[in-house]
Design a protein around this ligand. Structure first.
Ligand code: APR
Length: 256
């Protein structure tokens, strides 16, 4: 990667009062978590997203879907933040309020690295939710807590059989409104948007880069491969999150 390109982007970041960072699965790839669309290793190259990541798929085979997420949860819990996650958290610590992360990822590696300003667009794989509305609540009782569910694949309510599902946004489901609105506000307000490790294949998340560009922000892409958002980029840095983010966000000048 040409040093000049990195120095140029470092200059933009140094001057930017607000920086938005849109991250995707590539952000966690160097922590050992599979991406979705990588031709060979991507989850969707090996598994059917409609069968495993949709409400219909869960209704059709809850045990298959639950066990698949249980294995992914184990992978997330075993993973560690990489140098890219740490560089973002360090920058946020040094420059409070200037950098916000908007992530499509359902892992907790940004938070475990110490990032506090993190908007999660696609939910949290470690969170449990009820699949259906709580029937006891419908009968006037309090809402049951998913942690009360009887163990199983998936766990289920002993009272009404309601099943537990992972707290992620599945295909065909709406994103959390407050998170999306906050992310759009950041995209409209940022002077620089770093787009890290996303194919840009999924909307409305990918649309945030268009919002930032339309609002006059400098869009910078970090990705070892081409992505659908490349036409928006003022600078495309071909490389990985863990290799390039520490260079882009380091406080001290880079060695010549
Ligand atoms: N550093 C930076 N980028 C990387 C790295 C890395 N180490 N490794 C891979 N990439 C890039 C790939 O080249 C690819 O462009 O990360 C991107 C990952 O793309 P996807 O697998 O499509 O993941 P993502 O863009 O996050 O998917 C969006 O789709 O399946 C749904 O809800 C899921 O949030 C996900 C959404």
């Amino acid at each position: 990667m040409a040093q000049e390109a990195i120095e140029e982007v470092r200059g933009w970041l140094a001057e930017a009062p607000h920086i938005a960072v849109l991250t995707g699965a590539g952000m966690s790839a160097e922590s050992g978590i599979a991406t979705f669309r990588d031709a060979l290793t991507g989850l969707w190259a090996r598994f059917d997203p409609q069968r495993l990541a949709s409400p219909e798929g869960f209704a059709a085979d809850p045990a298959l879907v639950w066990d698949w997420y249980a294995s992914r949860r184990a992978g997330v819990m075993a993973a560690k933040p990489n140098a890219g996650h740490r560089a973002l958290a360090d920058f946020e610590r040094r420059h409070p309020g200037r950098l916000h992360v908007v992530t499509q990822n359902v892992d907790d590696l940004h938070q475990r690295a110490g990032s506090e300003n993190v908007i999660r667009l696609h939910g949290d794989i470690l969170e449990d939710r009820w699949f259906d509305a709580c029937r006891r609540h419908a009968r006037g009782g309090n809402v049951c807590d998913p942690s009360w569910a009887e163990p199983g694949s998936p766990p289920a309510c002993a009272d009404c059989g309601n099943r537990v599902r992972p707290g992620v946004v599945w295909f065909g489901e709406a994103l959390p409104v407050a998170a999306l609105e906050a992310a759009e506000q950041l995209a409209r307000r940022c002077a620089v948007m770093l787009v890290i490790g996303t194919s840009g294949a999924v909307h409305p998340a990918a649309g945030l880069a268009y919002t930032a560009r339309r609002a006059g922000a400098k869009v910078v892409i970090v990705n070892p491969q081409l992505s659908e958002l490349d036409p928006l980029a003022l600078r495309r840095l071909q490389g990985t999150a863990a290799a390039l983010l520490p260079l882009l966000l380091a406080e001290e000048p880079l060695a010549a």
